[in-house]
Design a protein around this ligand. Structure first.
Ligand SMILES: [Fe+2]
Ligand SMILES: [Fe+2]
Length: 133
């Protein structure tokens, strides 16, 4: 299970609560998976996570474009590759949920925390100077 830490916060209320919601969804996925690997719940939560992630990424990207964030291209590429990875996992999990969902969860946890604490951190100055709060 992922536990939210204060130093994951970037200092923007909307973004931080979206990140927390993503952590919560990953934990729900883990929980559903532990309880019953093949359950409908796993598929439902995974779909919800995918949709919410897309929504969160598009929110960040709206700001990037509005503020001409200099690392937009590289950052958007990271988002796109992540979505692609999760979609691929989703396909594989249809065949062997037990095998793929667990590696998916490990990937999600590592990717999200790494992305928040490294890549997302890079836009703090840009967002602050554009009065995002
Ligand atoms: Fe983010
Ligand atoms: Fe991001």
């Amino acid at each position: 299970m992922l536990i939210w830490k204060d130093d994951y916060n970037l200092g923007f209320q909307t973004i931080d609560s979206q990140h927390q919601k993503l952590v919560e969804l990953i934990n729900r996925l883990y929980d559903a998976f532990i309880k019953r690997q093949q359950s409908e719940e796993v598929r439902k939560v995974l779909e919800e996570l995918l949709q919410y992630t897309k929504y969160h990424f598009s929110e960040e990207e709206i700001y990037f474009r509005r503020f001409n964030f200099k690392e937009t291209l590289a950052h958007v590429k990271e988002h796109q590759e992540f979505i692609k990875r999760v979609q691929d996992f989703k396909e594989q999990a249809k065949e062997d949920a037990g095998r793929y969902v667990f590696s998916l969860i490990t990937f999600l946890q590592e990717w999200l925390i790494n992305h928040i604490t490294h890549s997302d951190r890079k836009y703090i100055d840009c967002f602050k100077s554009n009065n995002v709060f």
